[in-house]
Ligand binder design. Structure first.
Ligand code: MOS
Length: 784
């Protein structure tokens, strides 16, 4: 990429710390040159110039295009399928469906928490959700493929449906699966909840609901499939090439080694690209039959129906608290749906209630049901923002009733152990208290809180505008260690460096962070390090980029690989310079003796390296410390202005205080914080899947016009990121705890609390649309 003169200026130069002796774990850095600095992305030029290649850009010679016919009904049986007319259309090669022998495959639907599995079919004659695959076409152009879909005649037996999870268990609700509409009920209990409530001075109880959200990453879902003999290569837009490899191997019955999955640049996934879609398997089948590569990219509309969502969630929370703010009991029951198959409708919704605050008595009952809608998939901090919406609004209400500051109430209940886990292991580090206190200070919480609820100063005499401030905190249940992770770094004879990593950069800046970590050890500029894209054929095995694990899992392995290179390099140089390796430093391509400045050598001049051609460093990741928990923590603060005539809410400013361990790159760190807040604004204010529950069961807002994502106009210009950087060698050898998900957990609840502060109205169902808020405001007027 082009040199950035400013960047050179900003980088402070400090000596790189000594290389640990073999077998010694590297400790977190002292002063750094690259790690933690606001260095621009190493691939910024490719990203902004449009030269970065995404999977959807891949075009192979002789390539066909695939398209999938989706069922237009939420519940229907395919009675008859006539593909004759479509097959005769110009450019159309063939059509496949459940009647095609090699396409008569099982399609597994897996719920990861608690585990449950049901199989459907790749082309299921019983379509249980709108958009499920009925047939697929291969044609010479994408337009011919889509035209052909319209020429396929399907006779459906349309069945009654249920799309509202609140009605799924009612008597007479149409059964979505043969086993009925109950997926399962999961229970958790600690202490004695009944006793806890008797100890409480105040008990509050409230119902909450969050609407269903759709991931809508910028880059659509899809892939290019190509066979060479019996080996399948997939270019897939995915968070994890190895996850696609293993699932497609199981579905198509192929040996893992016969599937190569290549990732490229990615335009986001947010959890929806942790697994293959039917499109992946269908592209592979079309390509095998055609003997030609097939590209199959879903339309935006199809991604709204077929590739996952954040499930809607209904919650009831009862909380008991003493006058002094000590929580005595939490009783939480929830009802959610992962759609027509087991997909984790309630998964992790309980985690905030379980683990965020000290509370000895907790009872949770999570009920997961089937409805006739597309299956859920993990969605940025699965379950956590939903649970936060309930718990953090409840904490706000408790504080109000206790006449206690909401920050103070939370600080009173900060835990030091993970209460939700067996044995209540301690956290390696917990910055929750600092997030709350330092966040409040930086935000000007006390001062702002004193001025709210009254007409705003900028209100030009109409008296309609009310200011309010709100806050919420949160924790993310994972800290990032999901080994195995293996990294290979090669240093060539000219000193240039290649980094081989199997993890995908979803667009978050993973490559930049890894380049900084390697550069820190090797004393080379980060942008000079060549990083390979994730590829099962050439890069090292790792789990998908999800769970905010990419940086905390991969970066220690990158550091270890870089140290491995450095150790070999320094011992080579020590031999040539006739000094002890511990006397050597490595900086900007030169190895020099500390004690004798006349002794130095450029890496490119090392005779040993010239002879060998390459130094190979291998790094891996140790597991987290046994018996301890590595979790990120968060607190967010915001100020809103509500128009009490129109119900419009303007978010004026936001501050995110995050303990995610070490800041690996200040720019990508802040990007994550602001991106997470933006996504949380979507949950709070604008987003919600609308299904027609009475007539058709179809999704009514399946495009970027009717499904309202927050735009630049909905996001405040004053966004502040306040890292709370608690470090411990026990976190891992780089000190990062995971950031991508915690940043979106408390956002929506903080906004709801600010709206309450401004208006005295508690909006318990998302989104806080002007229409809903107006209705609540007018109801209050009627009540007088
Ligand atoms: Mo995430 S929802 O684990 O990509």
């Amino acid at each position: 990429m082009a040199a950035n003169p400013d960047k050179e200026k900003k980088v402070e130069t400090f000596p790189v710390p000594d290389t640990p002796r073999p077998g010694e774990a590297p400790q977190p850095w002292g002063k750094t040159r690259f790690v933690g600095k606001p260095l621009p992305r190493v691939d910024a030029y490719e990203l902004v110039s449009g030269s970065a290649v995404y999977s959807s850009d891949v075009r192979l010679p002789n390539m066909l295009y695939g398209a999938i016919l989706g069922c237009p009904h939420p519940n229907a049986l395919v009675k008859r399928l006539d593909t004759g007319r479509a097959e005769k259309m110009p450019g159309v090669r063939f059509v496949i469906s459940g009647a095609t022998p090699e396409a008569n495959l099982k399609w597994p639907y897996r719920q990861w928490r608690p585990p449950k599995e049901i199989s459907g079919k790749l082309f299921d004659p019983h379509c249980r959700f709108e958009g499920d695959a009925v047939a697929a076409v291969a044609a010479e152009t994408p337009y011919q493929a889509r035209d052909a879909l319209r020429a396929i005649t399907v006779e459906y037996e349309v069945l009654p449906f249920v799309v509202d999870e609140r009605k799924a268990l009612e008597a007479g609700a149409p059964p979505v699966q043969d086993e009925g509409n109950l997926v399962q009920t999961e229970r958790y209990e600690r202490g004695d909840v009944a006793k806890g409530f008797t100890e409480a001075d105040l008990i509050l109880e409230e119902n909450y609901r969050t609407a269903c959200e759709i991931h809508t990453p910028m880059e659509l879902h899809g892939c290019v499939a190509h066979w060479e003999g019996d080996r399948l290569t997939l270019w897939e837009s995915t968070q994890g090439v190895f996850a696609i490899q293993s699932e497609i191997a199981a579905i198509l019955g192929l040996p893992l080694a016969k599937i190569r999955v290549i990732g490229h640049y990615m335009g986001g996934g947010f959890g929806s690209k942790l697994q293959p879609g039917k499109y992946t398997a269908i592209a592979a089948l079309l390509a095998r039959r055609a003997g030609r590569p097939v590209k199959l990219i879903l339309s935006r509309e199809e991604t709204y129906l077929m590739v996952g969502n954040r499930p809607p969630c209904n919650m009831r929370l009862k909380a008991g608290v003493k006058k002094n703010g000590t929580l005595t009991a939490l009783d939480f029951s929830l009802l959610a749906t992962g759609g027509a198959y087991p997909a984790g409708g309630t998964a992790l919704v309980d985690w905030q209630v379980r683990d965020l605050y000290n509370c000895p008595n907790v009872r949770i009952e999570s009920t997961d049901v089937y409805v006739n809608a597309g299956p859920a998939r993990p969605f940025r901090a699965p379950g956590h923002p939903q649970g936060s919406w309930a718990l953090e609004q409840m904490m706000d209400a408790l504080a109000k009733s206790l006449k206690m500051d909401p920050v103070e109430l939370r600080v009173k209940n900060v835990p030091t152990v993970s209460q939700g886990r067996d044995g209540q292991p301690p956290y390696v580090t917990s910055g929750l208290k600092q997030c709350l206190e330092e966040g409040a200070r930086a935000f000007g919480w006390k001062d702002a809180r004193g001025k709210t609820g009254k007409p705003a100063a900028n209100d030009s005499g109409k008296g309609d505008l009310r200011r309010g401030v709100g806050m919420a905190s949160g924790l993310w249940f994972a800290g990032g260690a999901m080994p195995p992770a293996t990294i290979i770094i090669r240093m060539f004879s000219d000193g240039s460096v290649n980094l081989n990593m199997g993890a995908s950069d979803l667009g978050t800046g993973t490559k930049t962070v890894m380049a900084c970590v390697a550069a820190e050890e090797l004393g080379v500029p980060p942008e000079s390090i060549q990083i390979e894209n994730a590829d099962t054929g050439t890069t090292q095995y790792t789990r998908p980029s999800g769970g905010s694990k990419t940086v905390p899992t991969e970066s220690p392995a990158v550091r270890a690989a870089a140290i491995h290179v450095k150790q070999q390099l320094l011992s080579m140089a020590a031999e040539e310079l006739k000094v002890d390796p511990s006397d050597l430093t490595l900086m900007d391509g030169t190895i020099a003796s500390r004690s004798d400045s006349s002794k130095s050598v450029k890496i490119s001049a090392l005779a040993g390296l010239k002879k060998r051609g390459v130094i190979i460093g291998i790094g891996s990741r140790d597991p987290d410390p046994a018996g301890k928990i590595v979790n990120p923590f968060a607190a967010q603060f915001c100020e809103v202005e509500v128009n009490i005539k129109t119900g419009e809410v303007k978010i004026l400013r936001f501050l995110g205080a995050h303990d995610s361990g070490r800041v690996m790159n200040r720019l990508t760190y802040d990007n994550q914080v602001f991106g997470g807040i933006t996504m949380g604004i979507g949950l709070a204010m604008t987003e919600g899947r609308v299904l027609d529950g009475t007539q058709t069961g179809k999704m009514l807002n399946r495009n970027w016009y009717e499904y309202k994502l927050p735009t630049a106009l909905d996001v405040p210009t004053e966004l502040v990121s306040l890292p709370i950087e608690l470090l411990s060698p026990e976190i891992n050898t780089t000190g990062a705890k995971g950031l991508g998900e915690p940043v979106t957990i408390p956002t929506a609840a903080a906004i709801a609390n600010a709206v309450y502060d401004a208006t005295g109205i508690r909006v318990t169902a998302s989104p806080i649309s002007p229409m809903q808020l107006c209705k609540l405001l007018s109801e209050r007027l009627k009540e007088g």
